[in-house]
Design a protein around this ligand. Sequence first.
Ligand SMILES: Cc1cc2nc3c(=O)[nH]c(=O)nc-3n(C[C@H](O)[C@H](O)[C@H](O)COP(=O)(O)OP(=O)(O)OC[C@H]3O[C@@H](n4cnc5c(N)ncnc54)[C@H](O)[C@@H]3O)c2cc1C
Length: 476
Amino acid sequence: MKNRSIWLNKQCKALQEIRQDMEVDVCIIGGGITGLSTLFELQNSGLKAILVERNTCGCGVTSRSTAKITYLQEQIYMNVRKYSVDTASKYLRSQIDAVQRLKDIITTNHVDCNLKKTASYLFTNEEKNITKLEEEYDFLTKNQVKVRKTKLDGVNHILALKVEDTYTFHPLKYINYLKNMMKDSIYENSKVESIDKKDNYYYIKVNSHIIKSKYVVLATHYPYFLFPFLMPFKTHIETSYIGAKEVKAVKDISAINIDKPCISFRYYEDEQKKYLIYLYQSFSSCNIKSIKDNFDELDKDYHFDYIWSNKDIITNDYMPYIGRIYKDDDTFLIASGYNTWGTTNGSLAGKILSDIILKRENPYIALFSSHRAINFHKVMRFPIDVGCSLKAIIKSTKENVNNSNVIYTKRDGKNVAIYRDVQGKEHIVLNKCPHMKCGLVFNEVEMTWDCLCHGSRFTIDGECMEGPSNFDIHFP
Ligand SMILES: Cc1cc2nc3c(=O)[nH]c(=O)nc-3n(C[C@H](O)[C@H](O)[C@H](O)COP(=O)(O)OP(=O)(O)OC[C@H]3O[C@@H](n4cnc5c(N)ncnc54)[C@H](O)[C@@H]3O)c2cc1C
């Protein structure tokens, strides 16, 4: 069994690094679906835009997803509807547009990324959730979506909804297509260390060089800085466990339930093999059980060929943040908080952010603005999100207590965590996530040090793989 995402089989050659100072119009930070979509939308605009990526493009959350291109997104319309039916309708429209746009980009450019028209199902196997699904059906019907109540083969359920005009794809093949197409404007292994502003220009420090730019787009999934965006107070992290197993036949089905535990699946077929991609259980940072137990639970019935975990950001009003960081300032932009639906939202963000930069109209700018009005729902969720972070801090100190391979101790006056591998070799790291100083937990399945609070991940020897941390935890 391989303990990594199945999509990571399609790695491609690393591109150039930042090796000199430069001046550009737009500097995009982060080479996931958000950053690359933004660069794509700025092609032929007349602006000089570049993208800088800390590792390699697509190595972040994008290449660990289930890669469904759909607007049938779990409970999202039910959640958003609670405080505004109008917002839920607009969000639905934005997702239908995003599905269409992504499909058009892929087909028009003949991108080889296993795009497949795949019906999406939303189902429940709990009596108490039938009313919710019925309400979802009514909402979609009122919004002119062609949705059917139906049966779903091979899955225990009482009721299922189905829409037809949705897709699945291979996310890293798509990312690699964009990367190769725009390779002269992309710099990999180029970590942004700081951003300063002076006289209407940003000075972005990358690999000890300075990029001078009029615009900055932060597409780093989670902002690596606390101020001014204060992400931990607006969001919490959700972690999910995924497996891929070789099967004899694939079905044109992509499904997700609205029950607990969360179940989501789709199929994938490449030139040689066919796979079921299966997600079982999602936990908020409040409620993470043992990482190893979660993987065992996932694997116990299927014995997967690949297993991996992934984290996404859940916002406190279930809507992404796409747009200006400072009100009325079009020069510093962000796209984040996709509530586990970032394939559609990341590509949509590319269009919205490029439209802001190019001073073009876009129907969704106000909808996703990070300066949208505070509503009752948001206020109620604020203490929950902060509580989640605090609970994760406490939990992280207890998580590895029963694991004799992990030791927390002091070395040279510093708090360190040590993992002893099967050969008896010690891997020592600093036991504090550089982001907000949470303790770290060793994930013995993927061999990473994980921060339960806000989702940073580090390799076994302390190199930062995923943010919000922007620093390694090497010892000494
Ligand atoms: C379990 C799971 C399943 C999912 N399934 C789906 C799905 O089926 N459909 C769907 O629509 N969405 C899905 N999503 C959500 C989706 O995958 C994500 O929301 C989306 O990929 C986020 O893309 P991104 O570009 O914002 O972030 P990322 O892909 O993480 O890209 C951010 C990039 O920024 C880089 N970076 C960070 N800091 C710096 C720095 N200082 N300097 C330079 N570069 C930096 C990182 O290295 C990284 O490559 C899923 C999420 C999860 C957790």
